[in-house]
Design a binder for this molecule. Structure first.
Ligand SMILES: Cc1cc2nc3c(=O)[nH]c(=O)nc-3n(C[C@H](O)[C@H](O)[C@H](O)COP(=O)(O)OP(=O)(O)OC[C@H]3O[C@@H](n4cnc5c(N)ncnc54)[C@H](O)[C@@H]3O)c2cc1C
Length: 315
């Protein structure tokens, strides 16, 4: 396919640490399809087996969210008592000294206490060193029986990015400048989880999160339109927002770099945000269709682009 401009938004994939058997013997959790596969296997195990041992490799946002969801599922399958009594076990293994290591201290402790209260075992300062069918061995030498192993231990560049002969950072992420253009070819733009943004002062610190990917998509789209029209390009500036973390249906954490608050309302808010995004997407063609029929509606776009919204700066 020939292109004048190309946008690479190929995301990331689960990072399984190259342990023999890691890919074959474990479930990953990056898409709704993978989530369904985990749920089907979990339901099968809860139905067919008395003792069930579930191991989550990684205690970051994914690990604690999946841990909370699995505890809910065990409950809804009528095995909540077995989780309390250890007949069913859920263990989260985290290499760092605390869960949610990227958040202010206290966030991980809160998540750990809450999940332990639901019968989840939390092992911090431990890494998986070896895998055999049905068994996980930790670096400390401790081994855990495992009927279901789920990698929630971070991400790495997707296969597409790994195989691209474009400039990448030392971790293999696609290098783009502040206009989100690839270093090697200004007609290629990169956005989202796949990229590492480099500015005159060095790497622009930005987490791999959906709302940053959306802001970057808006900037890249605008810059391509400017390139076509011979206009001025915009620099991308990350906008920090609260991160909403669910620990199952009844508890969540709303965290910023400064601190955090907790409550069941966080889970409701997270769902509302997800639905609003989905509706925004599904509704956009309809709204654009209506707007395009209103005389002078183009003024809105011009006002919007002149106001510097969506992570944009002109400096
Ligand atoms: C469990 C989990 C929970 C999360 N929770 C949150 C949250 O609460 N808030 C938040 O802001 N972010 C959250 N994130 C992160 C968020 O999902 C990502 O930051 C966001 O999806 C990145 O968007 P993206 O478009 O860069 O990549 P993706 O959404 O991963 O999309 C990349 C797409 O490219 C496709 N692709 C890859 N290779 C090719 C190829 N060769 N050809 C064609 N297509 C290809 C993939 O199939 C995929 O559909 C979460 C992520 C996970 C896994």
């Amino acid at each position: 396919m020939v292109y004048d401009y190309l946008v690479i938004a190929a995301g990331a994939e689960s990072n399984t640490p190259g342990l023999p058997g890691a890919d074959a013997g474990a479930f990953t959790f990056r898409s709704p399809v993978q989530a369904e596969r985990i749920q089907t296997e979990l339901d099968r195990l809860l139905l067919e087996q008395g003792r069930v041992r579930i191991v989550l490799a990684g205690g970051g946002t994914e690990g604690v969210e999946v841990g909370g969801e699995i505890a809910d599922r065990i409950d809804s399958r009528g095995r909540g008592k077995d989780l309390e009594e250890g007949e069913v076990s859920v263990s989260i293994i985290e290499g760092q000294p605390r869960l949610l290591p990227c958040f202010p201290s206290g966030v991980g402790e809160f998540a750990g206490q809450y999940l332990k209260g639901r019968g989840v075992t939390v092992l911090t300062g431990e890494r998986i060193a070896a895998l055999e069918p049905g068994q996980v061995t930790l670096q400390s030498g401790r081994s855990l029986r495992s009927d279901l192993l789920i990698w929630t231990g971070g991400i790495r560049p997707s296969a597409l990015i790994r195989n691209l002969s474009l400039a990448k950072d030392r971790n293999g992420w696609l290098l783009v400048d502040e206009m989100l253009r690839c270093r090697d070819d200004a007609r290629i733009f990169g956005v989202g989880d796949a990229v590492s943004i480099r500015g005159p002062e060095g790497t622009v610190p930005v987490s791999r999160l959906a709302y940053h990917a959306l802001d970057q998509a808006a900037v890249a789209g605008g810059n391509i339109a400017s390139a076509v029209a011979g206009g001025e390009m915009q620099k991308y500036r990350p906008r920090q927002r609260r991160q909403l973390i669910s620990l199952g249906r009844n508890m969540g954490i709303s965290a910023t770099a400064e601190g955090f608050v907790t409550g069941a309302w966080v889970v409701g808010l997270k769902k509302a945000v997800e639905r609003a995004h989905l509706l925004g997407y599904l509704g956009r063609p309809l709204v654009n269709g209506i707007l395009s029929r209103i005389p002078g509606a183009g003024i809105l776009d011009r006002l919007r682009s002149n106001s510097g919204r969506g992570g944009v700066s002109r400096d």
